[in-house]
Write a protein that binds this ligand. Structure first.
Ligand code: FUB
Length: 329
């Protein structure tokens, strides 16, 4: 039988543990299917696998939690980016906000659009977009930050999107390091662009090249590059409202052959935004919908589904479910 002293000691242990968690700024939660994160609105997932940990970098929609003019900022109210980690896709940790749009003094748009982070030479480089002010890059010695603007100016602007005419063409950077160690950046809205990066990760190494995507599944935005069995997969948001389509190439700069739609327009959101990664021997697809209460196209939520390849390397259609991933070890 527990005596009173034991009960008091147990209570103190619990109290001390929760205080330690809140003072460290970490928040632990369990995902109950899709959407994965239910207490803030998250969008544009980008993932980085390190050993047994999957890190997820997201945009942060603040529309539903703020009293804002619905016509302001073209509907988006996005001031910072968020970081999460998991070892089983079910138990998650959220970290103190590692990067804000105000960390980029030149970003007069004040819009923290989609980005992706990667590790190189012992540092983490986080490429972000800002709507019409261009693509920036932040750097940190630790994945959890603090991150600082690596250049003090945009790394790319609409001038680096030579075939584009609209102000928001230079968004949605996705970074990829090939097996031989060469880094690449792919980005764009309306038109898709790609360039090799220097080892410094903050400068282009060679010309910007336009990636032609055939008209059967036209390119809108949200490119994501990955490699599977020696071939390059360019996954992207197509048409509007957006679906996710993909194309495959033998050379990273193409030509890319479109292979079809792998995910339909998500529930209650006219945008969608893919990430694809292998984690613990299984492949996963990350995206967003607007399915939370108060959710919508400007208050989105990250979802995760399993992804399967056919024997010829094509990707099976990914139905949207509320169940999400089942945890696989
Ligand atoms: O989240 C803002 C923008 O909406 C992203 O940059 C696009 O990919 C779309 O998801």
């Amino acid at each position: 039988m527990m005596n009173r002293l034991t009960l008091v000691l147990m209570f103190l242990a619990v109290a001390i543990t929760s205080t330690a968690q809140s003072s460290s700024g970490l928040r632990h939660f369990e995902a109950k299917g899709n959407p994965v994160i239910t207490d803030i609105f998250t969008a544009d997932p980008a993932v980085l696998v390190e050993g047994d940990t999957l890190w997820m970098f997201t945009s942060h929609d603040m529309k539903a939690t703020k009293d804002v003019d619905p016509n302001k900022n073209g509907g988006y109210e996005m001031e910072d980016w968020q970081l999460f980690s998991t070892t089983d896709l079910r138990h998650w940790t959220q970290y103190p906000c590692p990067l804000r749009i105000t960390d980029f003094a030149w970003a007069d748009s004040h819009q923290a659009f989609a980005g992706q982070a990667i590790k190189r030479n012992g540092k983490y480089y986080w490429y972000i977009s800002t709507n019409w002010c261009g693509i920036g890059v932040a750097v940190s010695d630790k994945i959890t930050g603090p991150y600082k603007d690596a250049l003090g100016r945009p790394m790319l602007t609409v001038k680096d999107c030579p075939d584009s005419k609209h102000a928001w063409a230079c968004i949605d950077p996705s970074v990829f390091i090939d097996d031989d160690g060469t880094p690449y950046l792919v980005w764009g809205n309306g038109e898709c662009y790609m360039a090799r990066l220097k080892d410094s990760m903050v400068e282009l190494d060679g010309p910007v090249q336009r990636i032609d995507i055939t008209e059967d599944h036209p390119f809108t935005e949200a490119s994501w590059l990955h490699k599977y069995e020696g071939r390059y997969y360019l996954t992207y948001a197509s048409e509007f409202p957006e679906k996710i389509a993909y194309a495959i190439a033998d050379d990273i700069f193409g030509p890319y052959e479109t292979k079809g739609v792998i995910s339909d327009t998500p529930e209650n959101s006219f945008t969608t935004h893919p990430a694809i990664a292998e984690f613990k021997g299984h492949w996963y697809f990350f995206s967003h919908n607007g399915a939370l209460p108060d959710g919508g196209s400007y208050s989105r939520s990250v979802i995760i589904e399993p992804l399967y390849y056919n024997p010829d390397g094509t990707i099976q259609f990914i139905p949207a479910t509320r169940e999400g991933v089942s945890v696989k070890e």
